[in-house]
Design a protein around this ligand. Structure first.
Ligand SMILES: C=C(O[C@@H]1C=C(C(=O)O)C=C[C@H]1O)C(=O)O
Length: 384
């Protein structure tokens, strides 16, 4: 197995931990002796995880990130102990930042139009998720701690940081605030909270409510959403003796977006299955890839024009019992010194409108831009 060097943690931005996660259930930060797991793709995850779990202390934790591409190497850390102190924000995470969309909204809309032609021509392909990125160049090094502290201000998200390999002098980190639970396990109980179908929120209460109502009534968004729920039920049902969607599909929100969401809950037949293996079985869902998976992934490679890396992968943790939670790595950025690369995607189904999908990706950058101390509409002004 090829081993890629991991960053030396003291070198990568001084005080940053190997991983940090905060959601409504608590804060989990890598502490004590921390070492990397051997890296590999999902097909070797079971073996690598078993050996790491066998030596894990009762209060230890395994945490990290799986990339979008199932065959690419993941980045997992084993921490001897878990800390629950969270960074306090001092000052702005970035200063005098310059934004550079890659690609522009217009080029992205062109790719969406091509995807729609393919969806029409190939009756087997029902959904593809296309993403774009936004480079942020800051005059000063971007403070991952300050960014993380701000992202955690939204109670609807799981704020995360994972130290990534190959960071060189400055280190490289995946930092974000995901609203989407891929899978959580506690003993025999398993749950997921897929999202798909989106609308930007508004500061004007009447417009905000109208956007939520339009989303709830949108047949296109409901179709797009149902594909994700079906894929999750199909993957989990052979592993469960009870599985359902007790509350049906609801409109849920973050500080900047409305989404359609469906909570999935079940009882595992084998409670010993460690949660990262459940995440690997589900990933990537049609929320970030499409349906069917392989055809959608091929179209993404053809039309998107950049490497997703750890964006649209999964990030989370697992304790010595194999319990934990993994989220879809969206609403995130890869940080490298003075630069942040933000990512945002949108699900394309027949009926999608290219310009509206481009605007949706713009809105999805909002939470990260605001946390970076940039106005959330900075991109819209640039692309108008
Ligand atoms: C792909 C992203 O988000 C996903 C796509 C959504 C959609 O197309 O409506 C909604 C939530 C996420 O599952 C992203 O934020 O980058």
């Amino acid at each position: 197995m090829t081993q890629t060097p991991f960053p030396s943690l003291s070198q990568s931005a001084g005080t940053l931990p190997a991983f940090a996660f905060r959601n409504g259930t608590g804060t989990r930060v890598a502490a004590g002796p921390v070492d990397p797991l051997a890296r590999g793709g999902v097909d070797t995850l079971d073996a690598r995880l078993s050996s790491a779990l066998s030596g894990l202390a009762a209060d230890g934790l395994i945490g990290g990130a799986l990339p979008f591409d199932r065959g690419a190497e993941d980045c997992l850390w084993r921490a001897g102990r878990m800390d629950s102190s969270w960074p306090v924000a001092f000052g702005a995470p970035a200063t005098s930042a310059r934004l550079e969309p890659q690609p522009s909204a217009a080029t992205y809309a062109g790719a969406v139009a091509r995807a729609l032609e393919r969806l029409e021509a190939d009756g087997r392909l029902s959904k593809v998720v296309l993403a774009r990125s936004l480079q942020v160049h800051s005059a000063t090094p971007i403070s991952a701690n300050a960014l993380l502290a701000r992202l955690a201000g939204d109670p609807a998200v799981m704020a995360f940081l994972v130290a990534l390999p190959e960071g060189g002098e400055t280190g490289r980190q995946l930092v974000g605030a995901s609203p989407e639970l891929l899978v959580a396990k506690e003993g025999v109980e398993v749950s997921s909270h897929p999202l798909a179908g989106s609308a930007a929120r508004s500061e004007d209460p009447a417009r905000d409510r109208a956007a939520a109502e339009a989303l709830a009534g949108s047949a296109k968004d409901r179709r797009e959403h149902a594909l994700v729920v079906e894929a999750i039920l199909d993957t989990l049902s052979p592993l469960c003796d009870r599985l359902g969607t007790p509350e049906g599909t609801q409109v849920t929100s973050t500080g900047s977006m409305w989404h359609l969401g469906t909570r999935v809950a079940g009882r595992l037949r084998d409670p010993e299955t460690p949660v990262p293996l459940l995440a690997a079985a589900l990933h990537p869902t049609p929320a970030v890839c499409g349906a069917p998976r392989d055809a959608a992934a091929a179209l993404i490679r053809e039309l998107e024009g950049f490497e997703r890396g750890f964006y649209a992968g999964a990030t989370g943790w697992c304790d010595a019992r194999g319990d934990g939670a993994w989220y879809v790595s969206i609403r995130c950025a890869e940080l490298r010194g003075h630069a942040a690369r933000l990512f945002a995607g949108a699900g394309i189904v027949p009926g999608s409108v290219p310009e509206q999908e481009a605007a949706e990706t713009g809105a999805k950058f909002g939470a990260m831009l605001r946390a970076l101390d940039l106005p959330a509409d900075a991109l819209f002004e640039l692309e108008d």
